[in-house]
Design a binder for this molecule. Structure first.
Ligand code: ADP
Ligand code: MG
Length: 316
């Protein structure tokens, strides 16, 4: 067990009748990139705002660096960096001045501050834009500025709330690589997203949340072991009758068969050579096949099995 950086116990946050966070528990250790994965409206931002004492909550307790978090916990806040979902920069200040302003909230020494600001600018790759006002920056560059403002003071814990939404692929990759680097340099990261691929690629541990509840927590390997799906086979083909579907379903390791839009979808649980088996049945029945692919379980399968709905359908 490493040092516990964040401990949230039984957190409840209501907005009038709506329970946005529902008895949520989280424990995050030093050195992790911890992913908070859930669809839009599942309570990620509300949880983060409670964690930062930006919102009051109805029940539960929140500890950061082993101490209770309160609105006046400046010693704790100094060590936290936040990159909010909605870009929060000052329109009247240029890129350099913005980063300097936010860094200056925590770092008083002028020389150190200048060094930190320059490092943050290099880190997000905004060297050529230091004199630009925010409104002159593209969406991706503005996101990078938002990040620089959040991390310039070298916090020990950094929270990224959906930093890649509506970001072009190049900026997106830069952001993800940057987060890995911050983590390598010693920062503990909390990363919220509704993109399961991102969370899977980036995070050492993941909590899947829905309707304010923490459904499961674990490494991606642990989460995937919880589901019965071990392989999903997709085959582009035509003329799949109910008879063929039933035949496929009779196979030992196949538990679900679905055919729509010219795509045959076969879900398997355990077993080997499932693909060969499926193709064999199609060949026996003289059914021509087009493209064939096989996928290992994803976090979407975990979400699907726990909630009965697909995370993938809720993206965007
Ligand atoms: P996420 O960040 O996962 O998309 P949020 O924490 O923003 O989810 O929202 C959780 C739920 O709380 C949603 O149903 C949302 O509509 C609601 N909500 C968020 N902020 C407010 C607010 N200020 N007032 C009322 N309801 C809110
Ligand atoms: Mg949010």
């Amino acid at each position: 067990m490493g040092t516990e950086i964040v401990k949230i116990e039984n957190l409840v946050k209501r907005y009038k009748e709506l329970i946005a966070v529902d008895h949520l528990n989280l424990s995050i250790e030093e050195g992790e990139i911890f992913g908070l994965l859930g669809p839009n409206g599942s309570g990620k931002t509300t949880t983060i705002n409670c964690l930062l004492s930006l919102l009051t909550f109805d029940k539960g307790s929140i500890k950061v660096f082993g101490k209770e978090m309160t609105p006046s916990s400046y010693d704790i806040k100094k060590q936290i960096g936040v990159v909010m979902q909605d870009v929060a920069v000052i329109e009247q200040l240029n890129v350099y001045q913005n980063i300097d302003y936010f860094c200056g909230l925590y770092i008083n020494d002028k020389k150190t501050r200048k060094k930190y600001v320059d490092e943050a600018i290099r880190f997000v790759g905004l060297e050529d834009f230091v004199k630009f006002l925010p409104k002159k920056l593209s969406g991706g560059l503005l996101r990078r500025l938002n990040i620089a403002c959040g991390i310039a003071h070298k916090p020990k814990l950094i929270i990224f709330d959906e930093p890649t939404v509506a970001v072009d692929p190049q900026s997106r990759n830069k952001i993800l690589e940057g987060i890995k680097e911050l983590n390598k340099n010693g920062a503990t990261i909390i990363y919220t997203s509704h993109y399961m691929e991102e969370v899977e690629q980036l995070c050492s541990r993941i909590a899947i949340i829905d309707k304010g509840k923490n459904l499961v927590t674990g490494t991606k390997e642990e989460l995937k072991k919880m589901v019965k799906n071990t392989e999903t086979i997709t085959i582009e083909t035509e003329n799949i009758s109910d008879k063929i579907k039933n035949k496929l379903c009779e196979s030992e390791h196949i538990y679900e068969v679905d055919y729509s839009d010219g795509k045959l979808n076969v879900k398997c649980s355990g077993g080997k050579h499932n693909l060969v088996n499926v193709l064999g049945i199609l060949a026996e029945n003289n059914i021509p096949v087009g493209r064939v692919y096989s996928e290992l379980p994803t976090l979407n399968d975990v979400f699907l099995e726990i909630t009965g709905k697909a995370l993938r359908d809720m993206e965007g």
